[in-house]
Design a protein around this ligand. Structure first.
Ligand code: CTP
Length: 409
């Protein structure tokens, strides 16, 4: 179920001024076709060789080529782009751009972005043979290599200047392979994996203005979604009504209200998932006959009976259609015998891993900002995490899931 590493990736493509600039249009196109996003940053001389419009059309994003454009002056663009990108590719990289990189100069959109960027960098030089072989260029390249920059050696052949020798931009295939390589080396342990997460409460209507629900905030599920994305997963988040905003860069965010809707959404998205995490606090019962109109107290007596019926068990229904190899992670809220009850729930519902919350005055869990949990898996592993922010729990929970996965694979 692995996808190409470019899917969902954000690539900064630096284009400096050389005749080979037109070749990076093909590189841009290929990354976009593979499902990546490309932000092109051009030097002024690059714009003399290829019109920014070419890259804007291919990438679907405005090219960054002017430092102090009036209408964008409020934004510090090179910083914003540097934070945005997963990797920076400079193709073609001229002798001048390479020299600026080696000495830390920052006087245009590309060089400032380079200096502000913390992720992996690939440089694909293209220039005249004499310039490529100049001792200064050799020293600059050696320095960049030493600092961890991946250099894609130029090829030998006929050059635009009429000479023959080393200096021609490597072909798109070679450059993309190097970029893939560095992305993979920097990818998290969930790179290319698909993860489905249910989060938040469900609300079961009594009438259009009243419902049965619980105080789940969705924070734990959203934190797990954010962390999974950070580790490289493609995340489908299926959320009941919550007030917090979903994390960025989700594959899909499906909003649902009732347990039935949540169940339908999960079943619709189940195929192709590698890990399913059921963190939603699904209402176990729903009013049997919700009214289409607001019910009036005048028509009712002093005592009112609401008949509730069981809702679908989302995790169980998903388990019935589970594809071999899928990892299911459940949650359990227990007021007593935490580990024993959670282990029984894991077995009964076919989870591979269960996250057990103690619900007590000491650990309110529901709706709170932090939580203390015990993690259990089928191989008998058990790990207790101290009370901490739900955002901080997400990391150790994914570590635990990853460990269980390697045991079952
Ligand atoms: N779950 C679900 N659909 C439901 C109910 C629960 O998917 N209708 C999932 C929850 O997301 C959680 C796990 O199943 O992962 C919880 O199981 P459950 O048996 O409902 O445990 P509790 O909520 O702790 O309820 P109880 O102990 O009262 O049975």
């Amino acid at each position: 179920m692995q996808d190409t590493i470019f899917h969902g990736s954000r690539i900064l493509l630096g284009v400096s001024g050389g005749i080979a600039a037109y070749k990076s249009a093909e590189i841009c196109r290929r990354i976009v076709k593979a499902g990546g996003e490309v932000q092109v940053v051009m030097t002024r001389s690059a714009t003399e060789f290829v019109a920014p419009l070419t890259f804007e059309t291919l990438s679907g994003r405005p090219v960054y080529s002017e430092m102090f454009e009036r209408e964008r002056a409020w934004e510090i663009e090179h910083i914003a782009y540097a934070r945005w990108g997963d990797a920076l590719l400079i193709a073609p990289a001229t002798a001048n751009t390479i020299s600026k990189m080696a000495s830390g100069l920052a006087d245009d959109p590309l060089s400032t972005t380079v200096l502000a960027f913390r992720g992996p960098v690939v440089v694909s030089p293209a220039m005249n043979t004499a310039m490529w072989e100049h001792p200064q260029t050799t020293a600059n390249i050696a320095l960049l290599r030493e600092r961890g920059v991946r250099i894609v050696e130029p090829e030998s052949g006929d050059l635009a200047c009429g000479e023959e020798g080393a200096g021609r931009l490597a072909d798109a295939e070679t450059i993309l392979a190097a970029l893939e390589d560095v992305l993979r080396a920097h990818a998290g342990d969930l790179a290319g994996r698909r993860v489905l997460i249910t989060a938040g409460p469900t609300v079961e209507p009594i009438d259009p203005v009243r419902h049965v629900s619980n105080p789940s905030s969705g924070r734990m599920g959203f934190a797990l979604a954010r962390e999974a994305r950070r580790r490289g997963a493609r995340v489908t988040l299926i959320a009941g009504p919550v007030e917090i905003a979903p994390p960025p860069r989700m594959e899909a965010v499906v909003r649902v209200r009732t347990a039935r809707e949540m169940c339908d959404a999960v079943l619709e998205h189940l195929a192709g998932q590698d890990v399913c995490v059921f963190s939603a606090a699904v209402a176990d019962y729903a009013p049997e006959n919700p009214s289409d109109v607001k019910t009036k107290k005048e028509t009712r007596g002093e005592r009112e009976t609401l008949t509730l019926v069981r809702t679908p068990d989302v995790a169980r229904e998903a388990a019935a259609r589970r594809i071999p190899g899928q990892i299911f992670v459940g949650f359990a809220a227990e007021t007593e015998n935490l580990a024993a009850n959670a282990r029984a729930k894991m077995e009964a519902k076919g989870f591979d891993v269960i996250v057990a919350n103690e619900v007590s005055d000491r650990n309110p869990a529901f709706g709170a900002d932090d939580n203390a949990v015990t993690l259990l898996d089928r191989s008998g592993r058990e790990s207790t995490l101290d009370r901490m922010a739900k955002e901080d729990l997400a990391g150790p929970i994914w570590d635990f899931i990853a460990e269980s996965r390697t045991r079952t694979e």
